[in-house]
Design a protein around this ligand. Structure first.
Ligand SMILES: C[S@@+](CC[C@H](N)C(=O)[O-])C[C@H]1O[C@@H](n2cnc3c(N)ncnc32)[C@H](O)[C@@H]1O
Length: 243
């Protein structure tokens, strides 16, 4: 399984994400997650360095995690609130942890790190399997910027700065994109591969897993999506009726 979140990438993850990790930036997301946990326990798929899980736990929500990268978890363990947070190393599509949860969440476009449809379908099923009846699966997923990828184009730049150049290339047949990064000082280009999904496919994967759409927003402020939305926050609920 591919994963770029190791070594130097893991070591500088928190620094790279500083602007989206402030209390002000995170609080709309944390408000939603805390409310949906409803006093119960939460499981974060791909918890990483605990950017979200650690401050959510600090609000009193019992948070556990599944994470593929030991290097990311090593960063989490360095944080005071991350030392004892239960985290299992494994693939969020297949790894199980003990207990049932009132909330499972997967944020920051991370479903797309699973680059096969079967893996994404399995991830939804795994989320559902960890939920108590009536529990919710929350997924934050960006959408590809295909409007900026005209016929004949090689790539779509997403950052051209003094320190970092980033651009996406698209495979419209495989439904996959590759994000290419070059940072000053790097000896190599970094390429991370993703499978994008529109929200219609999210809904279908949820239905296959026995989950029903409850809400969809364009952001954590609960804004309704419009034609210019760049991603969605989708809230799915596990039916509490007996099967
Ligand atoms: C963009 S980071 C998000 C981390 C954290 N959720 C956050 O919001 O900061 C993506 C994370 O997904 C992890 N990851 C990638 N593929 C995974 C998989 N199949 N199972 C579990 N974790 C995975 C990476 O190691 C990395 O920590």
């Amino acid at each position: 399984m591919q994963n770029v979140f190791t070594g130097d990438v893991a070591a500088r993850y928190d620094e790279d994400c500083a602007s989206i990790s402030t209390e002000e930036a995170l609080s709309p997301m944390l408000d939603v997650l805390q409310e949906l946990a409803g006093g119960g326990a939460a499981l974060e798929f791909a918890i990483g360095t605990g950017r979200v899980g650690v401050p959510l736990a600090a609000r009193g929500v019992p948070v556990s995690g599944i994470e593929l990268s030991e290097d990311m978890v090593a960063e989490l363990r360095r944080k005071p609130g991350g030392r004892d947070l239960p985290v299992v190393i494994g693939d969020m599509a297949t790894t199980t942890v003990d207990g049932t949860y009132s909330l499972v969440y997967l944020v920051f476009n991370t479903l797309s790190n699973l680059i096969e449809q079967d893996e994404q379908v399995a991830c939804f099923a795994n989320a559902a399997a960890h939920l108590a009846p009536g529990g919710t699966f929350v997924i934050e997923q960006g959408e590809p910027d295909l409007r900026r990828f005209p016929p004949g184009a090689l790539a779509v730049p997403f950052e051209i700065g003094d320190e970092h150049l980033g651009f996406d290339t698209y495979d419209l047949v495989a439904q996959q994109l590759t994000s290419h990064h070059y940072r000053v000082g790097d000896r190599e280009l970094l390429a991370s591969h993703h499978r994008w999904v529109w929200f219609g496919e999210l809904d279908l994967m949820a239905r296959l897993a026995g989950l029903r759409l409850q809400d969809r927003w364009a952001d954590w402020h609960r804004t309704a999506p419009d034609n210019d939305h760049t991603g969605t926050v989708s809230i799915y609920v596990k039916d509490s009726r007996p099967a």
